[in-house]
Design a protein around this ligand. Structure first.
Ligand SMILES: Cc1cc2nc3c(=O)[nH]c(=O)nc-3n(C[C@H](O)[C@H](O)[C@H](O)COP(=O)(O)O)c2cc1C
Length: 188
């Protein structure tokens, strides 16, 4: 085996890209993140990791709510914008058309193909650079144009992923094989 040590780094390739929404000082704010993942199926729960003292963090803690909005190829410029400029300096409330769901304080992006409305369940400080916000997904929203048989359709959503190695956004190449199926008759 001829492996090169890369050092301890957050090498997860690729990472999803989402826009997190929060009301900060009673105004909608959105930031782009790549540190995001599902942590429970039932109830449906998601984690987002935000660098400590992010502008958005105060709003999430105050309202106990946030949203996770899919980033797509059509939204790549706006997504990058929300990842460059802080709500502390610029007003990001007009970047997207905003709507609210049942929690009433988690701003969501109308132009995004998939929105997850979350109630804050826990904040974890692991002693490192980021704080982990765990949210219970109380509702998910999409539009008919992004659905097939009532379920979100990846081909229609056209999500983007983040490659930390090339610091670039990538699109997905297409379906490869059926999960829970293609390995059934595999002979190790
Ligand atoms: C591709 C990309 C991924 C990012 N991932 C994260 C992340 O996972 N966590 C984080 O705290 N910031 C991340 N950022 C940086 C924030 O989006 C950025 O600092 C933003 O301006 C913060 O917004 P706010 O100050 O309005 O809260 C990322 C930025 C980009 C462009």
């Amino acid at each position: 085996m001829d492996k090169t040590k890369l050092g301890a780094g957050s090498y997860l390739l690729p990472m999803p890209v989402v826009l997190v929404g929060a009301n900060v000082n009673d105004r909608p704010n959105f930031l782009t993140i790549a540190y995001v993942g599902i942590v429970s199926h039932t109830p449906a729960m998601i984690e987002i990791a935000l660098r400590k003292n992010r502008f958005s963090s105060a709003g999430i803690k105050k309202n106990q709510t946030f949203s996770v909005n899919a980033a797509s190829t059509a939204l790549v410029d706006a997504t990058d914008y929300c990842g460059i400029y802080s709500g502390e300096k610029v007003d990001k409330s007009q970047v997207f058309e905003v709507f609210y769901g049942e929690l009433q304080t988690a701003p969501m992006i109308a132009e995004s193909p998939l929105n997850l409305e979350c109630r804050l369940a826990k904040v974890l400080d692991l002693g490192g650079s980021h704080e982990v916000f765990i949210g219970e997904i109380v509702e998910a929203y999409s539009s008919e144009e992004y659905l097939s048989d009532g379920r979100p359709d990846l081909q229609k959503i056209q999500p983007i992923v983040y490659d930390g190695s090339s610091t670039s956004y990538w699109t997905l190449g297409g379906k490869l094989a059926r999960a829970f199926h293609v390995g059934k008759d595999y002979k190790p």
